[in-house]
Design a protein around this ligand. Structure first.
Ligand SMILES: [Zn+2]
Length: 495
């Protein structure tokens, strides 16, 4: 197989496997009774899953041969060998087998020479693959403007690109049973639909975890809009927030009572996942009310975070929090990197008193310029928290170069992982910047073909496959933009 052919096939694979070697010769025909051997240490559910996926991907009834076989590699890693008569998948268990199937779906090609699809084939190859880091997350926002079909597409795409966690931040649209007033009264989402997506995630191999901002961002709205999901409609709840409405009032015991209910309800609704993100970023206006501003802010915040950490730990969940309030602006150590702690907050020693099983989500959205002899950023904030014995996930956004660099950094430093953010800009060209670049960076940062026309067209094919799975038949739901002309940054709710 020549270089061009190898490149064509490799560009279809997002992320690129750690090792893939193509072999010349006859193809493996995907057809009824095609033979698939599954070798796993823990075979539970693997045979049924492979059979089901062969049917849903390619419409064929494959013959599965299961064999319990010891596996000494990564739990999510896998090996595949394709010969003309057999596909052989080896892994520890269901997670690795599913990752193998995700690769095969991207690799399979439709047979030529007919008007309609008659079948698919796979080229002969050997693949040995594993993730560079255990936590590969995508952070998704559900705004009042976000239709849930768009979130479903992003969850499906993230799963297809081998992300294994999605952190879902709901922006004032989750109708709490415990406190219905903590949601826009006229923008409640259908909880059954969200529940369906949480269960869908399990089926696709991506665990959906909730986020609730427990420090700033208490308005559940973007600050530049002046909206407040609670106070815009209900002024009676003002004591729960600081006077500006941006942060929770940490001295008011009613705040803690309500937030305990909200956290508990959300975690239960998401089926008690192993992680819960408590936000804690950009909390500029904390400690401003009469009671809070006369207290030592560090002690208030510490008590608040530790309380919710313990609450979640008792429920079996680890706490994730953004890093930025823990580091002081103006400290030369972080020059050029994102930190948000204001000098007057005096929170820069707080990290010392936080439980070490909190996972620090270090969001760095730019690509800082360094000395010419040192072309890679040093990402000192991530290094700092690792040295302080925290698990760290690096969090890029839409800076493709930065995303690639953060992936290499996270892999080299053996960090816990990455959490790719999407915010209000995850469509248009940014869609590719997120779903190609971050998938490369968090699974196999060493092989990063970049976001080229070729990889973007592969992404479009993956998005179409997801559309077929969802039965999409509306113009505005196809692709990753709702419209082609003046598409804007986000889909608009269809009413
Ligand atoms: Zn207060």
């Amino acid at each position: 197989m020549n270089e061009r052919e190898v490149k064509i096939l490799t560009d279809r694979l997002i992320p690129v496997p750690e090792k893939i070697e193509f072999v010349d010769g006859n193809d493996y025909i995907i057809e009824n009774k095609c033979r698939v051997a599954v070798k796993a240490d823990d075979i539970a559910g693997t045979g049924e899953k492979v059979k089901k996926l062969f049917y849903s991907y390619w419409g064929v009834d494959a013959e599965i041969f299961l064999e319990k076989t010891p596996w000494h590699g990564d739990d999510e890693g896998y090996e595949v060998e394709i010969t003309p008569s057999l596909v052989e998948i080896s892994a520890y268990g269901i997670a690795g087998v599913m990752n193998a199937m995700k690769t095969l779906r991207q690799l399979a090609e439709v047979q030529r020479g007919t008007e309609r699809v008659k079948g698919y084939f796979l080229v002969q190859c050997r693949i040995a693959d594993k993730p560079a880091m255990p936590f590969r997350g995508i952070h998704l926002c559900i705004f009042p403007e976000t239709p849930l079909w768009d979130i479903e597409k992003q969850i499906r795409l993230a799963a297809a690109h081998k992300f294994n966690y999605a952190v879902v931040e709901t922006w004032g649209i989750f109708p709490f049973e415990s406190h219905p007033e903590f949601c826009w009264a006229d923008k409640k989402i259908d909880k059954n639909e969200l529940k369906r997506l949480i269960l869908l995630g399990k089926e696709l191999g991506i665990t959906i975890c909730p986020q609730l901002n427990l420090l700033g961002h208490a308005s559940a709205s973007r600050s530049i809009t002046g909206k407040h999901a609670v106070l815009s409609y209900d002024p009676s709840l003002q004591p729960i927030f600081e006077p500006e409405g941006w942060s929770w009032c940490l001295t008011n015991p009613e705040t803690r009572r309500i937030l305990t209910d909200l956290v508990t309800e959300l975690h239960g609704f998401y089926d008690d996942p192993p992680f819960f993100h408590i936000g804690c970023d950009e909390a500029d206006n904390i400690g401003t009310c009469r009671e809070c501003r006369r207290r030592v802010l560090k002690d208030l915040v510490k008590d608040h975070i530790c309380y919710f950490h313990d609450l979640l730990a008792a429920r079996g969940a680890r706490t994730l929090m953004w890093h930025d309030m823990l580091l002081k602006e103006g400290d030369p150590r972080w020059d050029g990197y994102i930190v948000c702690g204001l000098p007057e907050h005096q929170l820069e020693q707080l990290y010392k008193e936080l439980p070490r099983d909190i996972i620090i989500a270090d969001w760095q959205y730019g690509y800082p310029k360094n000395k010419p002899e040192d072309p890679e950023p040093q990402w000192p904030t991530g290094r700092f928290f690792k040295a302080e014995n925290f698990d760290v996930v690096m969090c890029p956004w839409i800076d493709v170069k930065g995303t690639g660099s953060l992936g290499k950094f996270a892999a080299a430093e053996k960090l816990f992982g990455m959490l790719e953010t999407t915010w209000h800009i995850s469509h248009g060209i940014e869609h590719a910047w997120i779903y190609c670049a971050a998938a490369y960076a968090s699974w196999n940062p060493a092989a990063n073909p970049g976001v080229t026309l070729s990889t973007r067209l592969s992404l479009a094919q993956h998005v179409r496959q997801i559309g077929w799975d969802m039965g999409i038949d509306e113009y505005t739901l196809a692709g990753w933009n709702q419209y082609q002309v003046d598409p804007g940054h986000h889909p608009h709710r269809i009413v």
